[in-house]
Design a binder for this molecule. Structure first.
Ligand SMILES: Cc1ncc(C[n+]2csc(CCOP(=O)(O)OP(=O)(O)O)c2C)c(N)n1
Ligand SMILES: [Mg+2]
Length: 891
């Protein structure tokens, strides 16, 4: 009898298991994976329909995703590549150590690159394509803290001199230095993408990959095989921005995107998930989000052990250990590893009994094994229809031995004593003598050494050095008078908001023959708020797959039209994502050689305040384009209340050195600023971008006063001179944005008190402030030359009377120019929390309406002794001001 009756349930189950496995093996042997997948899917479905709940698991076992038989041998010379990598390791370490000797506390990171060296070197030798090939080459976001390694390679490639390396983190030294992290602002020929604010590199890379598709789908660029690589830390994945947009990448099937997460299991203070497993956690997240996940956990040394692991004991043990414990193994001896890891089961001990303690200690992890990394990258590059994440396991501070390998303090490690240096040198075979070692000298073999020849040959074959930032775009020539001319006429009696005016400008720009196709409107689900829905139909909303449904509003004129060549980036509710698109579009002049002009319009309060760090990265990236803070102004956006009403953004914008910000009141002001902005950014090629407020209060827009253009751009011009006459009491009133109209009204009110006031439109306090300081600085440094006079001073030098400014922003904004005005300015502004109310009530609450402008003027005249206190007291009554009202700054 071949199949005796089973004795008990356990035996029966064992038999069942075997039979089913054999059946499956049969199908597998037929060699058609699709068949296996379909069969298992059918079984799963069948079980579920029969009431068997199958546990969901998005994780696979704690072993490599790719099986050894799926791998191909690493091409090229492993030995030379290892030597090159060792030299780079050494120089990267020496750079940090030397910098800290010269200047204690200058900082720098050794341990991040030490753990990631293999990941980068496999990329540099086999994958990263430079710009010298067809297309653009690859787009690479290097992990910020790994920059010493990237510099060290550039040194070997002959791109950076030793002097530059000596001046790592000492950028103001003669001859220049190297910036701590990737900063295109500081090293515009080298770095392309700033990454060091954790989480920003990852999200920017996703939108960059999507923007590449956008350019191709809209025929602004030839289809290319460009890959976007992003290297990040495992600790970095805790930043909400890192993982917050990963579903966009899978939804859009961005197979041009590859992330490499350096899973050294540590962040700065300690383990990333001491009590868990960051790699398994990330696998589940990425798989759940639809990414292709490749785990590279174990090096080739482990393959024979895993091949013997028929019962899955080793894999099971690997999956049981938490990261904090793995970190302990990394710092302990081979004997400890044997006892505590393999010692859990005699069969595991048996498995490794042929290996000495030393050999056990040297079993390499996947992220340090070039062959494993190469195969993972190859698989990633070849993957279709999905983005890929490579989860590579490494050891932080790899190679640093006692000086910090795998230890919690390793991130802080900036110094190494002679002993540490000697063992590092010996471990990596760097030809530096014992006499020289204490110096930690840089080492570069001769140009004709096999290592440098190999490096040159590989980079040549891959299209040149990376990273390299080049601007390959022709300046735009379009003057655009045809687009902007109409706005100088004003609205001829009709009421409009500056937002409506802007939308009209944008529509005209989109239709312009010269630049229309380059305009990239970006919105985070607010297009209707800003009255932009007409653009949906006119230019379409970008979608790689077009529109696969019939929109509910199809029968209306302005239906929601998605199209493959759609021009609008409608990002949904993500300011961070929209800003990442803004950066991709605003840097395309360098990344792609295409002059795309982004206009990102959003709820102003959710800009600088919400995603200010991304705007900072945009500034560093030399992004061009226009940020438009919609529904701007603390009292101009009625109703929405505390969270929405923005009196902050213009103050923040002041700190972004290459961001020009304006608060325009009238159509012609906005037109002059945007027209000049396009010229400065895309014709003159200045590395600047703009923040403009646009409001939703509707009012009439006057005709452009003659000769006002220069003042509009510089920041102020006289809008309405005081009525003719010989009034003794005089004032200069400054207004901006929607509050300008209140100031114009105050001019009238003040006449009743015998005060003749000139009204100025201040389009940009920030520009006036910068120019004032620039003049002073120049004067200080050139004391014997003719002293420069700030523009504000020039405007006001003969202006009579007291000075009063009213703004919908915090008072510090008008206060900022006080130094250059002939007399002190009394400022009215909107310090304090907003609240839900109508405009009139809000302006009363914040004390910025016409009455308060008039009152402040009278108060200032009283202070100067020009009028009696009684006049002011009477005005308070006449104007209906409640003198006992709460102070809005504190309310
Ligand atoms: C937004 C932000 N917060 C904090 C830091 C400071 N910081 C620098 S490195 C680091 C730890 C990085 O850990 P991980 O991402 O795991 O990178 P590793 O060095 O381990 O590769 C931190 C918190 C930063 N650069 N950016
Ligand atoms: Mg880490």
């Amino acid at each position: 009898m071949r199949n005796p009756a089973p004795k008990d349930a356990a035996e029966l189950e064992a038999l069942e298991q075997r039979e089913w496995r054999e059946s499956l093996d049969y199908v597998i042997q037929q060699g058609d994976r699709g068949r296996v997948q379909r069969l298992l899917a059918t079984l799963r479905h069948h079980a579920r329909m029969s009431g068997v709940a199958l546990p969901f698991s998005a994780v696979t076992a704690y072993v490599n995703t790719l099986r050894p038989d799926e791998e191909i041998p690493l091409p090229g010379s492993q030995e030379i590549e290892r030597r090159i990598k060792s030299l780079i390791r050494w120089n990267a370490m020496a750079m940090v150590v030397r910098a800290n000797r010269v200047s204690d506390g200058i900082g720098g990171h050794i341990s991040t690159y030490a753990s990631a060296a293999t990941l980068y070197e496999v990329g540099f030798n086999h994958f990263f394509r430079g710009k010298g090939r067809e297309g653009d080459g690859d787009i690479i976001y290097f992990q910020g803290h790994a920059s010493p390694g990237i510099y060290a390679r550039a040194f070997l490639e002959g791109r950076l001199t030793q002097e530059k390396l000596e001046n790592f983190r000492r950028e103001t030294k003669p001859g220049g230095g190297l910036s701590s992290y990737p900063h295109p602002w500081l090293m515009p020929d080298f770095w392309e993408f700033p990454t060091v604010s954790m989480g920003l590199g990852p999200i920017m890379s996703i939108y960059q990959a999507r923007f590449n598709r956008y350019l191709e789908d809209r025929n602004l660029k030839k289809p290319s095989t460009t890959k976007v690589w992003a290297f990040l830390g495992d600790g970095e994945t805790d930043e909400p921005e890192t993982l917050g947009a990963i579903t966009l990448a899978s939804r859009e099937k961005l197979d041009n995107l590859i992330w490499v997460i350096n899973c050294n299991l540590q962040r700065l203070d300690g383990p990333v998930r001491g009590n868990g497993q960051i790699i398994q956690e990330l696998e589940a997240i990425f798989r759940g989000a639809g990414w292709n996940v490749i785990k590279v956990l174990w090096g080739s040394d482990w393959d024979p052990l895993l091949a013997k692991d028929h019962e899955g004991l080793l894999a099971k043990r690997m999956g049981e250990i938490v990261d904090g414990q793995y970190q302990k193994y990394a710092v302990e001896s081979g004997a400890y590893f044997r006892e505590h890891f393999f010692g859990a089961d005699p069969r595991l001990l048996e498995m490794v009994k042929h290996l000495s303690d030393d050999e056990l200690k040297r079993l390499r992890l996947g992220g340090h094994d070039p062959s494993k990394v190469y195969n993972a990258f190859k698989h990633a590059v070849e993957t279709k229809g999905q983005p890929t994440v490579v989860l590579a396991r490494t050891i932080k501070g790899y190679g640093m031995g006692e000086a910090g390998e795998g230890k919690n303090i390793t991130h802080q490690q900036k110094k190494m004593n002679e002993e540490d240096l000697r063992s590092f040198r010996t471990r990596f075979g760097i030809p530096i003598s014992d006499e020289q070692i204490a110096d930690a000298p840089f080492y570069r073999p001769s140009d004709d050494s096999p290592e440098l020849q190999y490096i040159r040959e590989r980079r040549k074959a891959l299209g040149g050095s990376v990273p390299t930032r080049v601007v390959r775009v022709e300046p735009l020539k379009a003057g655009l008078d045809g687009v902007f001319e109409e706005f100088s006429k004003g609205t001829e009696g009709r009421k409009a908001s500056t937002t409506m005016v802007f939308v009209r400008m944008l529509s005209k720009l989109l239709r312009d023959k010269e630049i229309g196709e380059l305009v990239v409107p970006i919105v985070p689900d607010e297009a209707r708020t800003f009255g932009m829905e007409a653009l949906f139909r006119a230019v379409g909303i970008y979608s790689h797959v077009g529109q696969r449904y019939e929109p509910v509003d199809m029968d209306t004129l302005l239906y929601y039209k998605e199209a493959k060549d759609g021009q609008i980036l409608e990002e949904g509710i993500t300011e961070a994502g929209s800003l990442s698109s803004f950066i991709a579009a605003g840097t395309a002049y360098a990344t792609h050689g295409v002059n795309t002009i982004p206009f990102f319009i959003y709820y102003s309060m959710f800009g600088f305040q919400r995603v200010g760090d991304l705007i900072w990265a945009a500034a560093d990236s030399r992004t061009k384009g226009f940020l438009l803070g919609g529904t701007a102004g603390r009292t101009t956006l009625a109703g929405e209340g505390l969270q929405h009403q923005d009196g902050n953004s213009l103050v923040y914008s002041l700190c972004y050195p290459n961001c020009l910000s304006y608060d325009p009141a009238y159509a012609y002001e906005l037109a002059a600023i945007i027209q000049d902005g396009i010229k400065r950014m895309y014709h003159d090629q200045e590395s600047i971008f703009y923040y403009l407020t646009v409001m939703n209060e509707q009012y009439e827009h006057p005709e452009m006063p003659k000769g006002s253009r220069e003042g509009i751009l510089k920041g102020m011009y006289k809008l309405k001179p005081a009525p003719a006459g010989n009034a003794k009491l005089r004032a200069q009133l400054f207004g901006s944005g929607a509050i300008l109209n209140e100031v114009v009204k105050a001019q009238d009110l003040l006449q009743k008190y015998g005060v003749a006031a000139d009204v100025w439109s201040v389009t940009s306090y920030t520009e006036l402030y910068r120019e004032g300081h620039a003049c002073e600085r120049w004067n200080m440094l050139h004391p014997t030359e003719a002293q420069r006079v700030p523009y504000v001073t020039q405007c006001l030098k003969d202006a009579p009377g007291v000075f009063v400014a009213a703004s919908d922003y915090c008072k510090v904004l008008p206060d900022s120019i006080d130094r250059w005005t002939p007399r002190k300015i009394r400022t009215l502004g909107t310090d304090g929390f907003g609240r839900s109310e109508d405009r009139a009530s809000l302006r009363n609450h914040f004390e910025v309406d016409a009455r308060f402008v008039a009152l402040a003027t009278l108060a200032e005249l009283q202070r100067e002794g020009q009028i009696d206190a009684k006049v002011v007291a009477q005005a308070i009554k006449d104007l209906g001001v409640n003198a006992d009202k709460a102070d809005p700054a504190k309310a």
